[in-house]
Ligand binder design. Structure first.
Ligand SMILES: [Mg+2]
Length: 374
């Protein structure tokens, strides 16, 4: 353990940890500018910076802009549709797949880098372990996928890193041996059982805890504001509010965006980003999935270790923050789940959750063969 303030070793002290965690949330309201041990600078309430962690086309085109800027958002909403083929050009796809080859095709190469190293697995949930479905409350995981994840967790420290609130993603996955980083990593908890030799099993990190009352308030307002837009679904993910529009008619997207934007006018401490068919509202602090995996690697004792190989599999823009961290560390691999060419910092690609499952099964088979041969 490299940071005694960030990790606790049992469930009960995990609660105390929320208070003493190195990312001291009370400092969010102070006039000083403390720096966390995770290189996260926390600001006083009037000094929240716009994070640049998600520099999407939409933010560049005017996430906080004025009249007429929603055209860019609506275009981005169209592009984020999982069923929409934004590039039919097979040449483009060929070039893209050369740059981001299939993690299944490159499996042996990937694992040759893993010899003598501790593999740590990070998995997004929606669109990675479960298919993207119309009703986000029904994004169930295939039982075979659950077995694959369970087997992976027997051999490697494994974390689910999701935009969903921790409790919700846990209810979908229902494996107590995993780490869970909910709300885009703003709510992290370790396994409740002790399956791994190394590291401390209960971590808890809530860098945006002070925002909880505000998030609850904005959730209620968003519910009221969007209730007459057919298909709009506001989800309270605790530290992140999600406004799903996959069931909203395309002609209402602009109206929905305007309404969400009008609510946020009164909350400059919150920012609006976009995922796959979803708007996401989060506290404007520099904490994302990338910070979450750094926190977890540190918690596992691999902050500065050369003997670790993190593998992160995800399908969304928010997963790019994690891919970037792996590139920056020069360690491990990001794997993007996508059928379409997309700009990404991932090294490899997989086309859909089924391929993710197959990759996880191969990982387990690889580990078992390594154990047999030694
Ligand atoms: Mg996803």
């Amino acid at each position: 353990m490299t940071n005694p303030n960030a990790v606790v070793s049992d469930t009960q002290s995990a609660i105390a940890m929320a208070i003493t965690t190195a990312v001291n949330t009370s400092s969010l309201y102070s006039t000083t500018v403390p720096t966390s041990p995770y290189n996260i600078t926390l600001f006083s309430r009037n000094k929240f910076p716009m994070t640049k962690s998600i520099e999407t086309a939409v933010t560049a085109a005017g996430a906080h802009g004025g009249m007429g800027k929603n055209i860019a958002w609506v275009e981005a909403m169209r592009a984020s549709s999982p069923t929409r083929n934004s590039s039919n050009d097979s040449e483009d796809k060929k070039v893209w797949i050369t740059k981001h080859p299939s993690a299944l095709g490159m499996f042996d190469e990937i694992m040759s880098a893993a010899k003598m190293k501790q593999v740590v697995i990070f998995l997004d949930y929606d669109g990675t372990l479960s298919p993207i479905v119309e009703n986000p409350d029904q994004a169930y995981m295939d039982p075979e996928m659950r077995i694959a994840v369970k087997n992976v967790a027997k051999h490697f420290p494994t974390a689910i890193v999701s935009g969903r609130c921790r409790a919700k993603v846990y209810n979908f996955v229902r494996l107590s041996e995993l780490y869970y980083a909910g709300s885009h990593g703003m709510d992290i908890k370790g396994p409740s059982s002790r399956n791994h030799q190394q590291g401390n099993q209960n971590v808890l990190c809530q860098p945006a805890k002070e925002f909880l009352p505000m998030m609850a308030e904005v959730y209620k307002i968003l519910l009221k504001k969007t209730k007459d837009i057919v298909g709009a679904n506001v989800e309270n993910n605790k530290f992140c509010l999600s406004v799903h529009y996959r069931c909203v008619e395309e002609q209402s997207w602009s109206d929905l965006y305007d309404r969400v934007k009008s609510v946020l006018k009164d909350y400059p401490e919150l920012k609006l980003t976009q995922g796959r068919m979803v708007f996401e509202i989060r506290p404007t602090i520099k904490w994302d999935k990338g910070n979450a995996i750094e926190f977890l690697l540190e918690s596992l004792g691999y902050a500065n270790s050369k003997d670790v190989l993190p593998i992160y599999i995800g399908d969304d823009r928010t997963d790019e923050d994690a891919f970037k961290v792996l590139r920056k560390r020069g360690q491990g691999f990001g794997i993007l789940v996508s059928k379409l060419p997309k700009e990404t910092d991932a090294f490899y690609s997989l086309q859909e959750p089924f391929e993710v499952m197959y990759f996880l099964q191969r990982l387990v088979a690889w580990k078992r063969s390594m154990l047999r041969n030694h």
